[in-house]
Design a protein around this ligand. Structure first.
Ligand SMILES: [Mg+2]
Ligand SMILES: [Zn+2]
Length: 197
């Protein structure tokens, strides 16, 4: 059902998807890109597809990293991968019962709202079941890129599985070739406070 639709945006999980998962990392020097990340983002930007990050950072709620540590790590991610059009970050933990921590759909909905696109037109890329559940709950297309820590049942249950971020870009941009570009009215309609969708 998603084929041949131009994605409104591609929303990436951070840890284990764009960069190697170093649990509760607050050190920008430990940021290391996942294979294909830089090239996949460059291809999406060239195709005018907005890119964003949707990330759970419960280390902040747990007091294991400070908001400033997190900001520094995120700044390093942008240094390596270029600027993202939006960041949606959950700094809560499971016990907080927030609406943003994946598998809840809040981060996907928030990023889509910032980008003024429908969550249904977004692609969510992640490495675990929580990412795919958040995508499903928001009505977005989910693509799982498994790593060595992804559980077999998460792979089995994923709506779509890609080998790596190069494969993700291939899938998203192949859809784009036959799709219709977004209308030129986007900028002023946003300035008028309208939503395009
Ligand atoms: Mg992850
Ligand atoms: Zn939250």
């Amino acid at each position: 059902m998603y084929e041949r639709r131009r994605p409104g945006a591609v929303l990436f999980d951070r840890d284990g998807t764009l960069i190697r998962d170093v649990p509760y990392n607050g050190d920008p020097d430990r940021v290391e890109l996942m294979p294909g990340a830089a090239e996949a983002l460059a291809r999406l930007r060239r195709a005018d597809v907005p890119v964003a990050v949707v990330t759970n950072q419960s280390g902040v709620a747990k007091g294991l990293i400070s908001p400033d540590d997190m900001d520094q790590v995120n700044a390093r991610v942008e240094e390596l991968l270029g600027p993202f059009d939006a960041w949606a970050i959950c700094v809560h933990d499971d016990v907080d019962g927030c609406t943003c921590r994946k598998p809840a759909p809040g981060l996907v909905i928030r990023a889509a709202a910032v980008l003024d696109v429908s969550p249904r037109d977004c692609v969510v890329v992640g490495d675990i079941g929580r990412d795919m559940e958040a995508a499903r709950a928001a009505g977005a297309r989910g693509i799982l890129v498994p790593t060595e820590v992804t559980r077999p049942e998460e792979v089995e249950q994923a709506p779509e599985v890609a080998a790596d971020l190069t494969d993700v870009a291939d899938r998203v941009l192949n859809d784009l070739e036959a799709a219709t570009p977004v209308g030129a009215g986007a900028r002023w309609s946003r300035a008028m406070g309208w939503s395009r969708w």
